[in-house]
Design a protein around this ligand. Structure first.
Ligand SMILES: Cc1cc2nc3c(=O)[nH]c(=O)nc-3n(C[C@H](O)[C@H](O)[C@H](O)COP(=O)(O)OP(=O)(O)OC[C@H]3O[C@@H](n4cnc5c(N)ncnc54)[C@H](O)[C@@H]3O)c2cc1C
Length: 467
């Protein structure tokens, strides 16, 4: 409201000044120009979630953008973060590449000032066989992952963002529609519900899985629901311990994962069928803790064919002197759940066949959505941010338009080369572990055991996931 009043006053002042000039000018066309130029931005970012906010900060800090204007439009209220004693139930496992990005934009130091968990080891195992894989930070020469609350991340990036002169953020922005550049046009127009209009050279859609930018682009979008929900909660460990291991057990209904927060607390991501999720949310806290301990600990009846196949395969591995087993650590048991921390989110897959059209690019969940079983969703989005930052910087350096298809195509091609195989692997893992069919259980158990035994393969997987 106050913005509109200021804008009206400015408009009236411009008109009065023009009318007082001693020669005759077309005041309307000059007025149109002055309005358009003040509402014209080089870059408009639609959506200020973790990806959009970090993109605004990264571009804003890129020296090639120092004399450019960037506008971030977020439909949510201005985010006012306050440290609470209770951990948020929304956390992300961040890979080393995301850590480097957040460090580069100056946000990591703010995260360090607040709190985060470190994953030095990851243990993933199958409930229906003895197959298991581990990843250790000493084998990988870097931390496996960092566990950060989404709010802490947003606040940390926001702190850096508010210092940038070249980035304007508008909250509670109600976007009515986008007009994307036609054949001979170079700019996109964003019409707001309140009648304001913005134009830009490049529009970056960071508006999540239901992206309006993507829908306006009209690109083909492949998507499906997993008929699963991800239950999140903050849980208390029975014993105070050095909590640096991420645990994930594949159950026939979906994976249950514990991510370390402190020596006493872990964050839970439990993917299960929609019906089971509803039951779990309806349980008392004590019943929920019992169900969770059962999910982590219960011995499932193993098929004798699976057991035999594993024994034979392990003998073969021993024969060729590859490690057939790793030190199996016992997972923690859970003593409680933080009151009110349980929530459930629907899980699905989505991928836009094209991330770009002339003057427009999709970034983060707007372009791709994955199952959380590999903790990759937002990391893929941050990978997009890294690439887009470099490629748009190159466009400016070479004097090209920011919306140039040549540069945007490079972004699409680089990201799809990384994102598509990652997404297919995650979806494949989901399908592979979503069955009790014996031949599949044998196949996946041998595959997991083989991957564990073959260190270079294991390293290649984690290095890909870390990018
Ligand atoms: C249970 C669960 C666990 C997960 N765990 C992990 C993990 O461990 N590691 C990981 O990497 N990923 C994880 N993810 C995935 C991760 O949460 C998402 O990938 C990430 O939140 C996507 O961020 P984004 O900024 O692209 O989209 P969003 O978070 O959806 O943000 C989109 C933003 O755009 C705004 N917006 C939407 N429409 C408009 C509009 N028309 N105008 C203006 N603003 C608009 C919204 O208000 C929002 O702020 C998990 C997901 C789930 C469900």
């Amino acid at each position: 409201m106050s913005f509109n009043i200021m804008f009206l006053r400015k408009t009236v002042n411009v008109r009065n000044t023009l009318n007082r000039l001693p020669f005759n000018l077309n005041t309307n066309s000059i007025l149109k120009y002055s309005i358009n130029s003040s509402n014209h931005y080089d870059v408009v970012i639609a959506g200020g979630g973790m990806v959009g906010t970090t993109l605004a900060c990264t571009l804003g800090k890129n020296t090639k953008f120092s004399d450019r204007r960037i506008l971030l439009l977020e439909s949510g209220k201005k985010f006012k973060w306050q440290l609470k004693e209770q951990y948020s139930n929304r956390v992300s496992a961040l890979n080393p590449s995301t850590y480097n990005l957040l460090d580069r934009v100056g946000a990591w130091k703010h995260i360090t000032d607040v709190r985060y968990g470190s994953v030095k080891r990851m243990q993933v195992w199958d409930a229906l066989s003895d197959a298991m894989i581990t990843f250790n930070h000493d084998e990988l020469s870097e931390m496996v992952a960092y566990i950060v609350e989404n709010d802490v991340l947003l606040a940390a990036v926001g702190k850096e963002l508010e210092q940038l002169q070249n980035v304007t953020t508008i909250n509670e922005a109600k976007i009515k529609e986008y007009q994307l550049p036609k054949k001979h046009e170079d700019t996109s127009t964003i019409n707001m519900e309140d009648g304001t209009t913005y134009t830009c050279n490049v529009l970056l859609g960071c508006d999540g899985a239901n992206s309006l930018v993507r829908k306006t682009m009209g690109v083909h979008y492949v998507s499906w629901n997993y008929n699963q929900k991800g239950i999140v909660a903050t849980v208390k460990l029975s014993e105070d311990t050095e909590n640096v291991v991420a645990w994930q057990r594949f159950l026939p209904t979906g994976p249950v994962a514990l991510l370390p927060l402190t020596n006493k607390l872990s964050s839970l991501v439990w993917s299960t069928t929609t019906e089971h999720a509803k039951t779990l949310l309806g349980l008392s806290e004590e019943q929920f803790v019992d169900a969770l301990n059962e999910a982590i600990w219960k011995t499932h009846q193993q098929n004798s064919m699976v057991t035999e196949a594993m024994k034979t395969f392990n003998k073969c591995l021993d024969f060729i002197q590859l490690p057939s087993s790793a030190v199996r650590q016992l997972p923690p048991s859970i003593s409680g759940v933080e009151p009110g921390s349980r929530a459930a989110f629907p899980l699905g897959f989505g991928h836009a066949s094209n991330y770009i059209t002339k003057g427009v690019a999709l970034v983060g969940d707007a372009a791709h959505r994955v199952h959380p079983l590999a903790g990759q969703g937002v990391n893929l989005g941050f990978g997009d941010v890294n690439t887009l930052d470099r490629i748009l910087g190159e466009a400016i350096y070479s004097g090209s338009s920011l919306g140039s298809l040549n540069y945007l195509k490079q972004y699409e091609s680089e990201r799809q080369q990384h994102n598509v195989p990652t997404m297919l692997a995650i979806d494949g893992l989901h399908k592979l572990y979503n069955t009790e069919f014996t031949p599949v259980v044998i196949l996946r158990s041998l595959g997991l055991q083989f991957t564990h035994a073959l260190n270079p393969l294991k390293k290649a997987i984690i290095q890909h996931a870390a990018q």
